[in-house]
Design a protein around this ligand. Structure first.
Ligand code: FES
Ligand SMILES: [Fe+2]
Length: 357
């Protein structure tokens, strides 16, 4: 597995940013063990329903807080109390701030070292997201709002869990500027415009083209605005009679290996009903199949540390400079942003293609 150091991205092994860690539908009453950023963690809902994310291992004697089925603490349903989680081994209880707030058998006050690490999490659009920052800073930008999720005209997505991919996330992010793959991989034709825009921690791709099967010749364009907010959340808005909003999220499991999810919402243009769900799922399936064409390349390619670029390739060199901001200390991020901010046009037959999203 090619790793962050091999790509010379910066001193931090993992990117700073918001990352998906779970389909919220899979997080019920039981704590959920998760592993991302080479770290074992436990995600659980407090009694309020709010998700919390803590280190998996108890500082007392190292038990896993989320992997147990036979302790009487688990059988008696005593794992979650208020917003706290209780260790199945000797029953120490930890608050969402990570501090031990009860040792059931000891009259000693919990020692200061009885503390586990915690990370900020937000549940939004049916997904649990974590803020990851190796420097330990608070989020420097907002998690995207995903407004369509709360708009009754849209059929909400059901998350596709695409599993793990043994590639560094940079190979996936490269797709943003990879103009030359659209014809062979995705079946585009007659590309009318393609350009990228870098705007600090956000990167855009504006794309309008015909398509082998989805658009009849001379029948207009497929138009997509696609953007990353930070290093790991891609959204794509497609215009058309039923506008769609796609998500691709990827999160490192280890250095050089990611977990990938896909999802899509559809705008019915009037309040959506249960009857609209099958059509929305068919759209999502078509979108997933298009993504699978990228996936097949990634699943079989070797790592690319330095693209051999020619005229006609998109600005992948710029994309990689943009991406390095997330692997460098926050204070250095503006240097990388300044080097790429602005528009980089590959094709624009219309003069000034307009961004809609
Ligand atoms: S190992 Fe967790 S309470 Fe003892
Ligand atoms: Fe692609």
């Amino acid at each position: 597995m090619a790793q962050t150091a091999d790509y010379r991205l910066g001193p931090n092994t993992f990117a700073r940013g918001w990352h998906m860690i779970a389909d919220a539908a899979t997080l019920g009453k039981d704590p959920l063990p998760v592993r991302f950023f080479a770290t074992d963690m436990v995600l659980y809902r407090g009694e309020s329903g709010t998700p919390h994310l803590v280190d998996a291992y108890c500082p007392h004697m190292g038990a896993h807080l989320g992997r147990n089925e036979t302790s009487y603490i688990v059988r008696d349903n005593e794992r979650i109390e208020g917003e706290s989680i209780r260790c199945p081994f000797h029953g120490w209880r930890f608050g969402p701030d990570g501090r031990c707030n009860q040792i059931p058998y000891s009259d000693q006050k919990p020692p200061a070292a009885a503390r586990i690490r915690t990370w900020p999490v937000v549940e939004r659009a049916g997904i649990v997201w974590m803020w990851h920052d190796m420097e330990g800073n608070e989020p420097d930008h907002e998690l995207p709002p995903f407004e369509a999720w709360d708009n009754p005209n849209w059929v909400r997505w059901a998350i596709d869990d695409l599993g793990e991919l043994p590639q560094h996330p940079i190979e996936v992010v490269d797709n943003m500027t990879d103009f030359a793959h659209f014809v062979p991989i995705h079946g585009s034709r007659d590309i009318e415009y393609f350009y990228n825009e870098f705007d600090d921690h956000v990167q855009w791709q504006m794309f309008g083209a015909g398509h082998r099967t989805l658009v009849q010749e001379g029948e207009g364009l497929l138009e997509l605005d696609t953007w990353y907010t930070g290093p790991a959340i891609l959204q794509s808005s497609m215009r058309g009679s039923f506008p769609t909003h796609m998500l691709i999220a990827h999160t490192p499991v280890e250095d050089g290996k990611i977990h990938v999810w896909h999802a899509l919402m559809v705008d019915m243009g009037r309040p959506a009903t249960e009857d609209d769900v099958p059509m929305a799922r068919a759209y999502q399936q078509a979108s997933r199949e298009a993504f699978a064409q990228d996936f097949e390349i990634w699943a079989n390619k070797r790592a690319c540390f330095s693209p051999l670029m020619v005229r006609g390739d998109g600005p992948t060199d710029k994309c990689r400079i943009w991406y390095r901001q997330f692997y460098n200390p926050i204070d250095a991020a503006p240097e990388f942003q300044k080097r790429v901010n602005g528009r980089h046009t590959v094709v624009d037959k219309r003069g000034e293609a307009k961004r809609v999203a």
